[in-house]
Write a protein that binds this ligand. Structure first.
Ligand SMILES: Cc1cc2nc3c(=O)[nH]c(=O)nc-3n(C[C@H](O)[C@H](O)[C@H](O)COP(=O)(O)O)c2cc1C
Length: 164
């Protein structure tokens, strides 16, 4: 059986055909808030409504979500690539990415963007290590639609730092 770099490239090529939306995941631990762009997000249950998000273990956001066990997902509109870039190409470790960005706090206390398509407020239900990411499963305890337009679909050519 073939193995090695060629194999990995063809796997990555095939994976590149999966479709993802683009979200801003906001979380808060005590008085510390942070948000990052996230694409690896999916609904996993209807009753109760649940979503899963994969966060790489070395992201600054990772440990905040792991400890606070709460997060919110803001669903970006198709004209908000610049917002995804803002939250996805710098780290909250060095910069307050929420400074100057209008945001609210969900009932559970997580930051969400006031200017987006919709948000989901999630309380951690489960987690699983999945390679270099942790999959956090959240029960959606609140949600609201804020705009009537179209969601942003992830296109790696629009970002300097593609998902790694
Ligand atoms: C469009 C886009 C989608 C992304 N999706 C994810 C994702 O699903 N999971 C992840 O761990 N990182 C993802 N990233 C990378 C993080 O958003 C990026 O590393 C960010 O700077 C982390 O912020 P932090 O250091 O404040 O946690 C994505 C980046 C972009 C631009």
């Amino acid at each position: 059986m073939d193995s090695g770099p060629q194999d990995r490239n063809s796997i990555l090529g095939a994976l590149g055909h999966l479709t993802h939306g683009v979200y801003v995941l906001g979380t808060r631990r005590g008085r510390q808030s942070n948000a990052m762009a996230a694409s690896w997000v999916m609904q996993t249950s209807e009753r109760p409504p649940c979503v899963a998000v994969a966060i790489r273990t070395d992201r600054y956001t990772h440990d905040i979500v792991a400890e606070s066990e709460t997060f919110a997902l803001s669903v970006l509109r198709d004209d908000q690539v610049n917002v995804a870039t803002h939250f996805g190409e710098t780290s909250g470790e060095y910069d307050d990415k929420l400074r100057g960005v209008p945001y609210g706090l969900t009932p559970n206390g997580s930051p969400y963007l006031l200017d987006c398509l919709a948000y989901l407020d999630c309380r951690m239900m489960d987690r699983a290590r999945a390679g270099d990411h942790t999959v956090f499963v959240g029960e959606v305890i609140a949600g609201e639609t804020l705009d009537a337009s179209f969601p942003l679909i992830y296109d790696p050519s629009e970002y300097e730092e593609a998902l790694r």
